[in-house]
Structures are given as structure tokens and as C-alpha cells.
Design a binder for this molecule. Structure first.
Ligand code: BES
Ligand code: MN
Ligand code: ZN
Length: 505
């Protein structure tokens, strides 16, 4: 699908459907919606008056006016209450639009840019979120379906004010590139676990720049370490978790170079457990199929690299991904084992199901030694406890540097991707101290998300670091907030905002 923009009048644009909007509680539609309403004889205002439609967020109203507009169909999307409007609302409303277009098998849709000028949102920002919404809503994983989903061929944003067109164009460009990068990672997360084992993930990572323009792609370099190199590096965590599987572990590093002024490295570490059975501490069967998404952190960090290249971000950014399959077998690691990690610390294994922190710890050590980063961020579907604590609304966020955490909070607010900080107070260390070694890999029933975060903190050293637990947010169970069920792409919206904002702002 092409997502484009033009300036003109939505009433006369040629498309199979035009999209306008309405804030909740608006009696008389204004702007482009008002113009369309007047052209079609006040049918929208009448629907509002009659109580058929009230502009609530997530709702939409479909009309087939006999005359007045060039397009045969009009869809009015609800933007919710004006006081509650944010740029992210403009993203969310794309989903009902794309669903309607698909249901009716349309080929072209034209839409106004939702929310430009509302509550201080610039045309550029509004267009960016609208286009991101369209790109994300067009995601469909139908590789294994005989009947493929209908695909829209063109989505056109129509801006009334010709002076605003350059800003809208820049916004659409940004939103489309970001959405495309996020969708690239969502495919990996959706892929069945037999088709995406550590080596497959490495192969996918090598193509993280594929399809981008050649100058952007040339800024990416990918290295993949195998068992030999990992052994030389004494990556005791990655090797132990990986050894129960027939598919050997990998450590993937995808580097994006942001040009001469790019400065020190930012490293993004992503949990790449291609399938988490729990290992010898086997999980129960119900829901185990979902554990294919235990590499969502890895997919997200690689997506972020793709987004940096597509958007020409002026920073040096590396994604470091430990990739393993956590399997039970005669060669698997066991509860009771004591591992010596790459950093030299020893870890007593109490559950082979707390594997994510082990591979991340080594990846973090590798990242610190190799890149001497000024910022390190990790993303991981790390704990079921995070789903209990924050549900599917917030990413669990922890860190060792107040200023970095504050920057993440502001990126979170701007991007609309929610993240909530949990404390890493020293008192929690008690729970993960081992009798036989330095640490143990689980901290008991209390504060499971925090003790997992604390475990990672022990490997972050003095590098400013933030941890995102995306266990509750990386996979959408039921359609909500503009996301269809399936992989969400978390936390790339937040990270893209962070990476494109210069430090100190
Ligand atoms: N990948 C899981 C975490 C997870 C659980 C993500 C449910 C999404 C949904 C992780 O490797 C794991 O198994 N964690 C254990 C840790 C426990 C053994 C301390 C958990 O959360 O139960
Ligand atoms: Mn596990
Ligand atoms: Zn896991």
C-alpha cells in the first residue's frame, strides 16, 4: 500500500471512501467534516442530533451519500473528547478505517489529517501519527492462509491548507517509515517457533536494512557470533540456556552508524528467546504456544535499527541480541547448576524458566565491553509478574540513572506508548543473593518484575541503563487502542521517539 499526501478539497477527491472526523459532543461539525456535511445535506449533523453517532473514540459512522462528494462513501471517525485528544489518538483511529476498507474491499481511501492544530499538535505531528496508524493497521500476517486478506492499494491524506502541505508531507514520511520498520519486526514475532530459531533470527537480522534505500542500508552492519566465539567470550549464560536445543545459540549485533556527528554508542539489547518452553523447569502446556513471542524484545531492537536507518537518525545505535531456544533435553542446563557469566559473576540456577535475564546479562556485558555505550536500553518479555502488575497498558520500566529514566518518560509521553517506572531499591538485592554463588536467577514470589530488573542491574555496571519489561505489551490479546490482536511492536514507538530526540532536551 502506498501512503501519500496532497493538498486539496476532500469533497472532490477521487477515492472509494473519504474519511473525516468528529469530536465527542460536537453538535455542529466544523472544518473539513463541516464542509463534507454541508455538501451531503447535513447528514452527519442529523446523525449526531438523532443520537446515531456521538464521536466517541473507537466508534465510526458510515454513510453512502447520493450526491455532494466525489467519493461514493464517507466514514466519520470518532476522536473522543477534545480535552482528552493526543497525537496518539490520531494513530488509533486508523484501525477502524482500515478494517472498513478491508471489509468492503476498497482500493483507495482519502482522509483528512486528524487533529492538526488541536491542543497544540502541529500538522507535522498529527500527520506523523495518522500515517503511523495507517501503516501499523495495515499489518497482517497471512503467510499461512490460503485466502489472503484484501489489501488497500492507496491511502491518501488530503490537507486543505496548501501552506501546511510540506509539514504534512514530512510527517507522513516519518510515520510511514517508522510503521514499516515496526511491521518488519512484527512479522518475526508472529512467525511460528519452528521457522524462527536462533540461526533464523540471525539471518533475518542480516537483512534488517533490506528494502531501504541503498544509502540508508549501507549504514548498517551486522555481525553474528556462534558457539565458538561465545565460548571464547565465556558467555556462560547464553551457552547454558542454549545448550538444551538442537539449534545452537547466537549473539547478533546490528550496528547503525549515524554519520560524523553521531557520537558515542547507544546500545539496544533485546531478549531473543525464539521459544521458551521453560526448559527442565517446563512450563505448563496451556498458553505455551504464545512463547514464540519471547523474542519480541529482539525484534523490537532490530526494528529500531531499521527505523534509525530509514529516518536517518544522527546517532550511533547498535542492537545486541542474544538468541537462544529454551528447551528441555538431555543436554539442557538444570536447576542447581551454577553458571559463570561473561562478566565473571556466578549465578545459581533455581529455575531454568528464568532464562531471559541470563542471556541478557551476557549480552549487556558484551555490549559494555564492545561499544562502551553512553546509554544502554534493554527490552524483554521478562516476567509474567509484569503482566500481573501493569497488565497490557504499561511497559514496566526500571533503570539505574534518573536522568535517563526521565528522558524515557518524556519519550513515552510524546510517543503515546505508556511505560511505568518500578523501583530498583537496594533492599531487593537480598532476594537474589545466593548461598553458593553471587546471585540466584529467581527472587521468590514477591516483586518478580523488580527482582528480574535488579538482576540485570547487576550487569549494567556504571553504564546509564534502562530496562523495559514488555511481557504484557508485546502481544495484543484483544483488539484495543488501535492495535489488532497479535504482535504490537513494543517498545519501538517509544524508542524511536527517544532516539530521534537529541540528549539534553
Ligand atoms: N518469557 C517468560 C516471561 C513471560 C511469562 C512473558 C508470561 C510473557 C508471559 C520468562 O522467561 C519466564 O518464564 N519468567 C518466569 C520467571 C520466574 C521463573 C521467576 C515467570 O515470569 O514466570
Ligand atoms: Mn522463561
Ligand atoms: Zn522467557
Amino acid at each position: 500500500m502506498r501512503i501519500e499526501c496532497t493538498s486539496g478539497d476532500i469533497r472532490t477527491v477521487k477515492a472509494d471512501m473519504v474519511v473525516v472526523n468528529l469530536f465527542e459532543g460536537t453538535a455542529k461539525p466544523g472544518g473539513a467534516t463541516g464542509a463534507v456535511d454541508a455538501a451531503i445535506g447535513g447528514a452527519i449533523a442529523a446523525a449526531v442530533r438523532g443520537g446515531d453517532f456521538d464521536g466517541r473514540l473507537g466508534e465510526s459512522y458510515f454513510l453512502r451519500p447520493a450526491r455532494g462528494v466525489s467519493a461514493p462513501r464517507v466514514l466519520v471517525v470518532g476522536l473522543g473528547k477534545k480535552e482528552k485528544f493526543t497525537a496518539d489518538v490520531a494513530r488509533q483511529v486508523a484501525l477502524p478505517v482500515l478494517k472498513a476498507a478491508k471489509r468492503m474491499k476498497l482500493s483507495t481511501v482519502a482522509s483528512v489529517v486528524h487533529g492538526a492544530g488541536v491542543g497544540g499538535i502541529s500538522p507535522e505531528t498529527a500527520a506523523r501519527f495518522c500515517a503511523l496508524g495507517v501503516a501499523l493497521s495495515s499489518f497482517e500476517y497471512d503467510r499461512f492462509k490460503e485466502e489472503k486478506g484484501h489489501r488497500l492499494s492507496r491511502f491518501l491524506f488530503v490537507e486543505r491548507d496548501a501552506k501546511a502541505l510540506p509539514a504534512v508531507r514530512a510527517g507522513v514520511f516519518h510515520g510511514v517509515k517508522l510503521g514499516e520498520a515496526i511491521n518488519w519486526g512484527r512479522v518475526l514475532v508472529a512467525t511460528p517457533p519452528a521457522d524462527l530459531r536462533p540461526d533464523d533470527l540471525a539471518r533475518a537480522a542480516r537483512k534488517v536494512g533490506a528494502g531501504l534505500d541503498s544509502r540508508a542500508a549501507a549504514r548498517i552492519r551486522v555481525r553474528v557470533l556462534g558457539v565458538r566465539e561465545l565460548t571464547a567470550l565465556k558467555a556462560g549464560g547464553i551457552l547454558a540456556v542454549g545448550k538444551g536445543s538442537q539449534a545452537p545459540p547466537r549473539l547478533i549485533a546490528a550496528e547503525y552508524r549515524g554519520g560524523p556527528a553521531a557520537g558515542k554508542w547507544t546500545v539496544l539489547v533485546g531478549k531473543g528467546v525464539t521459544f521458551d518452553t521453560g526448559g527442565i523447569s517446563l512450563k505448563k502446556w496451556e498458553g505455551m504456544e504464545k512463547m514464540k513471542y519471547d523474542m519480541a524484545g529482539a525484534a523490537g531492537m532490530l526494528s529500531a535499527i531499521r527505523a534509525c536507518a530509514a529516518l536517518g537518525v544522527r546517532r550511533n545505535v547498535a542492537a545486541v541480541v542474544p538468541a537462544v531456544e529454551n528447551m528441555p533435553s538431555g543436554s539442557a542446563y538444570r536447576p542447581g547448576d551454577v553458571l559463570r557469566m561473561m562478566s565473571g559473576k556466578t549465578v545459581e540456577i533455581l529455575s531454568t524458566d528464568a532464562e531471559g535475564r541470563l542471556i541478557l546479562a551476557d549480552a549487556m556485558t558484551y555490549a559494555r565491553r564492545k561499544y562502551r555505550p553512553e546509554v544502554m536500553v534493554d527490552a524483554a518479555t521478562l516476567t509474567g509478574a509484569c503482566v500481573v502488575a501493569l497488565g497490557s497498558v504499561n511497559i514496566g520500566m526500571m533503570g539505574n540513572d534518573e536522568r535517563l529514566v526521565a528522558r524515557m518518560k518524556s519519550a513515552s509521553a510524546l510517543s503515546g506508548e505508556k511505560a511505568w517506572e518500578l523501583p530498583l531499591h537496594e533492599e531487593y538485592l537480598e532476594q537474589i543473593k545466593s548461598e553458593i554463588g553471587d546471585l540466584k536467577n529467581i527472587g521468590g514470589p514477591e516483586a518478580g518484575t523488580i527482582t528480574a530488573g535488579y538482576f540485570l542491574k547487576e550487569f549494567a555496571g556504571d553504564t546509564p541503563w534502562v530496562h523495559f519489561d514488555i511481557a504484557g505489551t508485546a502481544w495484543v490479546e484483544k483488539e484495543k487502542r488501535g492495535y489488532a490482536p497479535g504482535p504490537s511492536g513494543a517498545p519501538v514507538r517509544l524508542l524511536a521517539e527517544f532516539l530521534s530526540t537529541p540528549a539534553g532536551r
